[in-house]
Design a protein around this ligand. Structure first.
Ligand code: CMC
Length: 439
């Protein structure tokens, strides 16, 4: 099979099946930014062949107006706005509005949105009982996944995905309730009373309050830590068609309700190659123990037979610095300074690891740079958040991205059920043989 692209007014790609006289001309689509995309939908009909792209590295699964990544340049835009500007000048609630609605809100739209999101922060009291059903040592991601899926059993008035108002309220409920569920999963794991949300606090402050406050003591929030948490939420809010977002879209394409779709996204996020990486970075640093052991660890990473990865490094799309990692590193220094932590061995080790890796040909030639998770774990640890909560925090932030992408999917008239094909490499057709006649 060979193909050529032509630069005529309406660009196309012509694909020819080598050795035959069969060919087809496919439209070449272009977005606002990014490379052109060959529309292969009629390839099978015209030539009888599928395309093969395991891991979807070269496949655009949908059209989206939400997030743009230029992996070579290290650029991340939410609705066109650079992540650096949003992390510096905006806050999570405003970013949530931007992702969902497409534009930055004016003052009254923002006030209305804040009111709607805070109005839904409480959980149905009966949902409290779900927590008791989990073992005390359950991973909070298991609890989050289960309880978010269970929301569908409590909010029947949000299950009609064809009703725009129901979709809107489901979005508010998910964005408002996931932090409460996440904080309660943590409180349950340490045996402390659940703290009810406080709607007078900002989104990030309220989340920290539900995690850290106890009924017996007054709670004083720290603006630097609240700001750091807000920034972590902004940086993780959306990231184009990553594994968990694609999972949400695939589940959504079947017509499943939004609570079930987000629970599916949480399950996909849990893996160490995706959201579980921040937890894995701290585990890795802990196991390395001291800077003297880094060269030996790097040697293992380069040994294919050792199956060891430098966690927090590498990305499917970024072949340059992950712009989120740079902001995260600065935030890490700010938080440690605020907390008066002058000497943090994990940070020293992470910086030394980064230095060594960025000079090593293995990482340089493969364009492996620190990703968002490399420094986030160190900040969260300094803020007193236990390691098993790191991925949960990622899920709290990403809920807004999942909901925005789900909403866009449902509102897209071109949307169909997601149903990839395969190369079948199993047995050819054969006849059944009775067990008595088998060797
Ligand atoms: N350590 C060592 N080698 C690596 C790493 C790493 N972290 N990442 C990639 N490589 C190597 C890989 O072995 C391969 O080498 P070779 O060409 O010799 O076979 C080459 O680099 C290309 O890697 P790949 O596996 O084809 O890359 P991918 O796009 O399939 O995987 C990734 C991307 C993020 C899963 C992978 O880089 C990884 O596992 N990183 C560590 C986990 C991590 O930090 N994940 C968080 C990602 S950012 C947050 C998020 O979006 O979830």
């Amino acid at each position: 099979m060979s193909s050529t692209a032509s630069g005529a007014a309406k660009p196309t790609v012509t694909v020819t099946l080598d050795g035959t006289n069969r060919s087809t001309t496919l439209p070449l689509l272009s977005g606002t930014l990014g490379p052109a995309v060959a529309d292969i939908r009629k390839l099978y009909g015209d030539l009888g062949v599928f395309t093969f792209d395991p891991g979807y590295g070269a496949t655009a699964s949908c059209e989206s107006k939400i997030t743009y990544i230029d992996g070579d340049a290290g650029v991340l835009l939410y609705r066109g706005y650079p992540i650096e500007q949003l992390a510096e000048q905006s806050d999570f609630t405003e970013v949530a509005y931007l992702l969902l609605e497409g534009e930055l809100p004016n003052a009254s739209q923002l006030a209305e949105f804040r009111k709607n999101v805070t109005y839904h922060t409480m959980l149905h009291e009966q949902l409290r009982r779900f927590f008791d059903g989990f073992r005390r040592d359950a991973h909070p991601m298991a609890i989050l996944c289960g309880v978010v899926g269970a929301l569908a059993a409590f909010y029947h008035d949000n299950l009609d995905i064809n009703d725009a108002r129901q979709r809107e309220v489901a979005a508010f409920r998910l964005i408002a309730k996931v932090p409460t569920i996440a904080a309660w999963a943590y409180k349950y794991s340490i045996g402390q009373p659940f703290m009810y949300p406080r709607n007078d606090l900002s989104y990030a402050e309220n989340f920290l309050y539900m995690l850290n406050a106890v009924p017996a003591e007054p709670y004083v929030s720290n603006p630097i830590l609240s700001r750091a948490m807000d920034r972590i939420l902004v940086l993780h809010a959306d990231h184009e068609q990553n594994a968990s977002t694609s999972t949400v879209r695939l589940a959504g394409s079947t017509g499943a309700n939004p609570f079930a779709c987000v629970a599916a996204g949480i399950a996909a996020l849990w893996g160490p190659a995706h959201g579980g990486a921040n937890e894995a970075v701290l585990k890795m640093l802990g196991e390395i123990g001291k800077p003297e052991n880094i060269p030996e660890f790097i040697r293992q990473v380069k040994d294919k037979n050792a199956h060891t990865k430098l966690m927090g490094f590498g990305h499917r799309v970024y072949k340059n610095f992950d712009p989120r990692a740079k902001i995260m590193k600065d935030t890490c220094h700010e938080v440690l300074a605020e907390l008066g932590i002058k000497d943090e061995p994990l940070l020293d080790m992470a910086m030394e690891m980064e230095r060594i890796a960025l000079e090593d040909d293995y990482f340089v030639s493969r364009k492996l740079y620190p990703n968002v998770d490399f420094y986030s774990g160190i900040i969260l640890k300094a803020m007193g958040i236990p390691t098993h909560m790191f991925t949960v925090l990622f899920a709290v932030a990403r809920t807004v991205g999942w909901v925005s992408q789900w909403k866009e999917l449902i509102e897209d008239p071109a949307q169909r059920i997601g149903r990839p094909r395969q190369i079948y490499s199993g047995a050819p057709t054969r006849d059944y043989v009775a067990v008595s006649r088998r060797d």
